[in-house]
Write a protein that binds this ligand. Sequence first.
Ligand code: ZN
Ligand code: ZN
Length: 289
Amino acid sequence: MNHSGNRHWRRGLLALLLAVLGGHSWAQHAWGTYHWARTANPFTLQVGDNMSADWKTYLALSTQDWNNPTAFAASSTPLTVKVVGGRSSKRTCSMVTGTTQVCNGKYGFNGWLGLASINISGGSHITQGSAKMNDSYFNLATYNNPFEKRHVVCQEVAHTFGLDHQSEDGSSLNTCMDYFSNTGGNAGNPASTTPNAHDFEELTLIYAHLDSTTTLAAGSSSASAADIDISDDPRSWGVLVRQSANGRSSVYERENRNGSKTVTHVYWTPEAALRCRACDHRFEVHSQP
Ligand SMILES: [Zn+2]
Ligand SMILES: [Zn+2]
C-alpha cells in the first residue's frame, strides 16, 4: 500500500469509528432536522393540556423538568414549555396550529402506550404537534404506576420538540427518551422518568440556528388545522419508515394534500413487540394483556 492509500484507509477507519461512536447518541437523537421555526431563542412552546386529573400531575412534573435544565446538569435550554388550556378533545387530540396538544384516553387495546405526531412544512419546520397516552393500558395494574406514566408523557411531549430517543434497546440511560420499562420488577424504580443533560445538549444543537419566520402560536389566536390530523385508524399514520430492532418503537410518515408531512412516533407495549419484532404492529390483532 502506498503512502496516500494508507492515509485514505486511515481516514475511512476514522469515519467509521465516528459513525459507530457518534451515530447512536448524536445523529439519531433528533427525528431528522425537525424543529419549530422561530426568530429568537429561547422560545416558548404552548402545550395544551387536555388531560384528566391524574395525568395533569405527570404532565406538570414533566414540563417542569423540561424547563429546568440545571436540575439535570445542563447549562441551558432554548425551549420553554408553557402549559395552557387544552383546545382539543381527549378522543381526537386534533392538532392546533403553533401548539402541541396533549391528551389521554381509552384508545383501545391497539398495542400502543403512547403516540406523538408532528406536522412538518417546508421539509423541516414543525407547525403543530399532538401527544396521546393510552389509558386502556395505563388503567391496568401493569402500567398504572407514577414512574411509567411519567416516563411516557415526558417522552411523547418531547417528541413534539423534535427530539428522538437516546436508546431503544430497553436499557436505562436515565432519560425519559429511552425505552426502559418502569413496570414489573421495576415498577418502583424512578430511572428514566426525567430528561438528562444530553437531551438539553441535543435541543441546543437542533435550535442552534434562527429562522426568519415562526411556526409557533403567539397568544391563543391560532386556528385549528384542517384535514391533516391522524385519526383513530392507524392507516392514517401513512407508511412505516423506521422500527427499532426490538419492535417497541416505530416511526410513520404521511404526505398531506397541502404539501406538509405528518410524522408519527409510536411507543408499543412489550407484549405487542414481543410476538413479532419486525412486524408492523398496527396490522396485528392485539388483545387485553
Ligand atoms: Zn429552522
Ligand atoms: Zn418515543
